[in-house]
Design a protein around this ligand. Structure first.
Ligand SMILES: Nc1nc2c(ncn2[C@@H]2O[C@H](COP(=O)(O)OP(=O)(O)OP(=O)(O)O)[C@@H](O)[C@H]2O)c(=O)[nH]1
Ligand SMILES: [Mg+2]
Length: 289
């Protein structure tokens, strides 16, 4: 029997951190996280094997100093993800679509980019913290552009109204992980006891208590950073969404280079674990299910 295919579209404004997330997520699944969760990730075809190595593994984990290459036209990576230990689960053919550049935020958005959302089984939507008022020190970033919010609106609208979509009470049914990347830029301004400071507890499966603590914290933070706007939109437009925050690199890069020693991700696995749980590859219980 053919594996079930699960397409995850990475959406976000230009430079929001999609490709860095893909590099770190693939590395984690191939190494420690895969082992911890009893998951095996294998490229489905030669093109994926080559792209994964040349565009993601090598620039981020081997050539520490040269800047990572930003894919120009977007990249689709297809891997087989199977459970090697614990309760047997059907394998999944995991398709990661690393969409490209500024097209989602263009005044006239590129239809071919938006069309990718019509085939999404799940979406990871990044909200660059530099676009959230008060989330980062102005010295650490640049003035908010509004691009992240524009992209978020477009993506959510497409998920509700795109081809073949049926909305539940006007809300998209597709699971949407909404994440604030580059958490290292935000950390100095977080409350001291924020659950975002701590690491995820290692362990098999999906930790619903931790998920619920992080989601609640981020709802409160988003309300501070952008009025009630974002949380309100999400509830109106998405039947199944969860809020995340992570740093893929673990520290601000100097210019466009990866920090010395390579990425040291903080909570970057969280959205991945939630999606894999949604895809039936990981066990879990509790309110974040
Ligand atoms: N501080 C910090 N910067 C990051 C992090 N992840 C990515 N960046 C930086 O953000 C910039 C954009 O990262 P990319 O991963 O190329 O973002 P993208 O969304 O793929 O960008 P395009 O495809 O070029 O639109 C780069 O300069 C990265 O070094 C992070 O965890 N922390
Ligand atoms: Mg990119």
């Amino acid at each position: 029997m053919a594996d079930r295919s699960r397409v995850v579209v990475l959406a976000g404004a230009a430079g929001s951190g999609r490709s860095t997330f893909v590099a770190v997520a693939l590395h984690a699944l191939r190494h420690r996280l895969g082992e911890e969760q009893g998951l095996t990730l294998l490229p489905r075809d030669d093109r994926t094997a080559t792209e994964a190595r040349l565009r993601y593994e090598r620039p981020f984990y081997e050539d520490e100093h040269p800047p990572p290459v930003a894919p120009g036209a977007g990249v689709a990576l297809v891997h087989r993800l199977s459970r090697s230990t614990g309760r047997r689960r059907p394998a999944v053919s995991l398709v990661l679509l690393d969409t490209s550049g500024p097209r989602f935020a263009d005044p006239e958005p590129d239809e071919s980019e938006l069309r990718k959302l019509d085939v999404a089984d799940a979406v990871l939507l990044l909200l660059d913290p530099r676009d959230l008022t008060g989330a980062v020190s102005p010295a650490a970033g640049r003035a908010p552009t509004g691009d992240s919010l524009r992209v978020a609106e477009r993506v959510l609208d497409r998920l509700r109204t795109g081809r073949g979509r049926s909305a539940a009470g006007g809300r998209a049914r597709v699971p949407v992980a909404v994440a604030v990347p580059k958490l290292d830029l935000v950390t100095p301004w977080l409350p001291p006891h924020s659950p975002l400071h701590r690491e995820r507890r290692p362990g098999t499966g999906f930790d619903a208590d931790d998920r619920s603590a992080v989601h609640t914290e981020l709802r409160a933070l988003l309300a501070l950073w952008q009025g009630e706007e974002i949380d309100g939109w999400l509830r109106e437009r998405c039947a199944d969404h969860q809020l995340f925050a992570f740093s893929a690199l673990g520290a601000a890069p100097r210019g466009a280079t990866v920090p010395p020693g390579g990425p040291r991700p903080h909570r970057a696995e969280d959205p991945l674990l939630w999606l894999l749980h949604r895809f039936g590859l990981l066990d879990g219980a509790g309110p974040g299910r």
